[in-house]
Design a protein around this ligand. Structure first.
Ligand code: GDP
Ligand code: IMO
Ligand code: MG
Length: 421
């Protein structure tokens, strides 16, 4: 069966780890939205890998990996990522394919990203600074450059020169750094040469693989609440991070997807700005003291808080989540009491779904249900039956609140620290 994995919160739910675990039963892993704003951590034995655009399946020998037309690709960063994998003995030739239709992140997109953030002052989004928003912006404005264009020197040169001129004008007006078209052309055409053997029509490719009965695993990036339409707009990323978006970005039709799995942390984390109703400095301090919850891409300390049932129930509906994979249960091991938000109070109203207006979400006060902690180490447990009773009660409550079964539990970053329910 084909499986689609999405993040059910604000990203960093442990998608990389769960994809790695589930890849054992799949032949292909597909990244079909987002860019190198993502950071997916996978541990194999004592070795830690952080993948940004290359699908986590690359770490499983023989697995085919696709980067779809819904992604935005920074070719220089991708070349670096691929070379880094080669240095670690991981082969990519004949296994990794990049869509010729994916949009290219250019240096001027990063200039625009950083410039807008700096100018936004109190309203900054806290982006990763990777140029993601401006690249999707150019795509929607139909002035973007696509990966296939890297192989057409003349076309690429004309497009880049035109756009560099426009962006540099804006940059000069705002006091931002400008870019040199000649240098961009040199670097990008050289990256294009390196990537040429990987570029293909991944939409056709995935459908060929499906026809051959290969099993596809979709590796969602970011999370539901960062989705450009369903997320906490404007504090979101610029792609559709939800299950339907993964189909759009890949060219595999929705009726070819078998199952939707939602990756979920046992608590909540968020990097960057924006509302976070269940945020708790105490939980953040406790996790940071353990050396946990620092961003895999930017190294920023993640904001942390209680599990938010309103948001995960919403994620379950929007994505059509059939089952959850819950990670970082061990992060709650030391707590005496735990809380899950089951609704929000907004003025005199009770809400069971997040409101659209950001000022309303800022004003929402969570209504909590309290649970007894288990205060014991779960990292060596390998079955639901062996979990402390209070941990079982907590997980059962999550299922009830979110409206979908938990089928995978993760109690540590390693592959083996995982069990099925
Ligand atoms: P992703 O972006 O969703 O792939 O998640 P990240 O890799 O950015 O962040 C998840 C972090 O949690 C990484 O450091 C993982 O190694 C770690 N992790 C995943 N599952 C578990 C777990 O069950 N327990 C612990 N302690 N760490 C986990
Ligand atoms: P993975 O795939 C967590 C956040 C940024 C910022 C907002 C917009 O590892 O879960 P962008 O650079 O995309 O324009 O930033 O989105 N963000 C993520 N947060 N995990 C991610 O990816 C993220 N990718 C983007 O911090 O708040
Ligand atoms: Mg991450």
């Amino acid at each position: 069966m084909n499986t689609l994995l999405v993040g059910a919160q604000w990203g960093d739910e442990g998608k990389g780890k769960i994809v790695d675990v589930l890849t054992e039963k799949h032949d292909v892993v597909f990244r079909s939205q987002g860019g190198n704003n993502a950071g997916h951590t996978v541990w194999i034995g004592p070795k830690k890998y952080v993948l940004h655009l290359v699908p986590s399946g690359i770490l499983r020998p023989g697995c085919i990996c696709l980067i779809g037309h819904g992604t935005v690709v920074d070719p220089l960063s991708l070349v670096e990522e691929i070379k880094g994998l080669h240095k670690q003995g991981i082969k990519t030739k004949g296994r990794l394919f990049i869509s010729d239709r994916a949009h290219v992140v250019m240096p001027y997109h990063r200039v625009l990203d950083k410039g807008r953030e700096a100018a936004a002052k109190g309203k900054k989004i806290g982006t990763t600074g990777r140029g993601i928003g401006p690249t999707y912006n150019d795509k929607a404005s139909r002035v973007g450059v696509r990966i296939g264009d890297l192989l057409n020197k003349q076309k690429f040169t004309v497009s880049v020169k035109e756009r560099v001129q426009e962006v540099n004008k804006l940059a000069k007006q705002n006091g931002w750094e400008t870019v040199k078209a000649e240098q961009v052309l040199k670097d990008y055409l050289s990256a294009g040469k390196f990537l040429s053997g990987y570029i293909t029509d991944t939409a056709v490719k995935v459908n060929e693989l499906v026809a051959k009965r290969k099993k596809i695993m979709f590796e969602g990036a970011q999370g539901t609440l960062l989705d450009i339409d369903c997320g906490t707009y404007p504090y979101v990323t610029s792609s559709n991070t939800t299950s339907a978006g993964l189909c759009t970005g890949s060219g595999l039709a929705p009726n070819r997807v078998g199952k939707v799995v939602g990756a979920l942390k046992a608590y909540t984390s968020r990097v960057g700005e924006g509302p976070f109703p269940t945020e708790s400095q105490d939980i953040a301090d406790m996790l940071h003291a353990l050396g946990r919850e620092f961003g895999a891409t930017t190294g920023r300390a993640r904001r942390c808080g209680w599990l938010d049932g309103v948001l995960i129930r919403y994620a379950a509906i929007i994505n059509g989540i059939d089952e959850f994979a819950i990670t970082n249960l061990d992060g709650l091991d030391t707590l005496k009491t735990l809380k899950i938000a089951v609704a929000y109070r907004l003025g005199n109203k009770t809400l069971t779904a997040p409101p659209a207006a950001i000022e309303d979400l800022y004003a929402c006060k969570p209504v909590y249900k309290t649970f007894k902690g288990w205060q014991s180490d779960t990292t060596k447990i390998r079955s639901f039956r062996k979990l402390p009773r209070n941990a079982q009660i907590y997980l059962q409550a999550v299922e009830k609140i979110a409206g979908a079964k938990i089928k995978i539990v993760s109690v540590g970053p390693k592959r083996e620290q995982t069990f099925s329910v």
